[in-house]
Ligand binder design. Structure first.
Ligand code: PEP
Length: 278
């Protein structure tokens, strides 16, 4: 990635972030119960942990109305590559912001695979998101066949390369989620060694264009994360948090995930790091 000015530094301890991606699941009452259970957790108030909930977009406003100051932030699962116009069914980044989202998942592998999103479309969505004030969380990752063929780095380089033409504003805002397709929803998580290696490769690839950005880049892992592996995967150096699908939907399971992540982290003493709150 190429850029010409440093991104805004994240002040203080970088902390860890858990991103809950509900996909096409949930109901309004379920949302209410989930928010009540998660935002009251002592673990997310006493550790530098941020939780970002990405529910189906129709519930963003409802979720916003139930949030207390600071404990949780909201994200949208997808935004339009367009800002306005005759695009039936689309939701713009600005609309998502108005509804309460502060983050946007962009280029999730399900969007790429099932809805034909190409690298240039993903880049446009990231640009739209940043322009509207959302933090774009761009998902990248290789398929099982690409991995078997030894093409992981080539695929990641291509997906990252598509972001080269983003504005400085968008590059400053960008987060990256490494989500190997072979791991999403399969029950086969990356191993700690595998993740350490790929995370280091991503940072060094970004560093080749911009060392400052590589150092400050917030990088996430997603793929079959649950309470049993969140502590280990989430605690790895160079991994700023976890993007969780299936295990994030039920409140009990999300509470267990938060506790597992918090278990590997120091207490922050006087509440979670406010610089991490969206
Ligand atoms: C995801 O959808 O981004 C994901 C990581 O799913 P799961 O946790 O279910 O593998």
């Amino acid at each position: 990635m190429n850029r010409d000015s440093p991104r805004t530094p994240v002040a203080g301890h970088r902390g860890k972030t858990l991103i809950a991606n509900w996909k096409l699941q949930g109901t309004g009452p379920h949302l209410d119960q989930w928010i009540q259970a998660v935002q009251g957790l002592e673990e997310i108030h006493s550790r530098p942990i941020q939780v970002i909930l990405c529910p189906p977009a129709v519930w963003l406003e409802r979720a916003r109305g139930r949030l207390h100051e600071g404990a949780l932030a909201l994200g949208i699962q997808n935004v339009s590559a367009e800002s306005a116009g005759p695009f039936t069914g689309e939701i713009s980044a600005a609309m998502a912001y108005e509804a309460g989202a502060r983050y946007a998942l962009v280029g999730h592998s399900e969007r790429r695979r099932l809805f034909g999103e190409t690298d240039p479309v993903v880049a446009r969505k990231a640009e739209q998101s940043a322009r509207a004030g959302l933090t774009p969380i761009v998902c990248i990752g290789e398929t099982a066949e690409e991995r078997r063929a030894g093409e992981t780095e080539r695929v990641l380089a291509r997906q990252l390369g598509a972001l080269d033409r983003l504005s400085t504003e968008a590059l400053n805002a960008l987060w990256i989620a490494y989500e190997p397709v072979w791991s999403i929803g399969t029950g086969i998580p990356a191993t700690a060694d595998n993740l350490r290696e790929v995370a280091a490769w991503i940072r060094s690839h970004v560093a080749a264009s911009d060392a400052t950005m590589a150092d400050r880049l917030r990088l996430f892992y997603g793929g079959s994360v649950g309470a049993g592996n969140a502590a280990v995967l989430g605690a790895l150096d160079g991994v700023d948090g976890l993007l969780v699908g299936g295990a994030s939907v039920e409140a009990d399971s999300m509470v267990a995930l938060c506790r597992s992540m918090a278990g590997g982290m120091p207490k922050s003493g006087c509440g979670a790091d406010s610089s991490l709150r969206g």
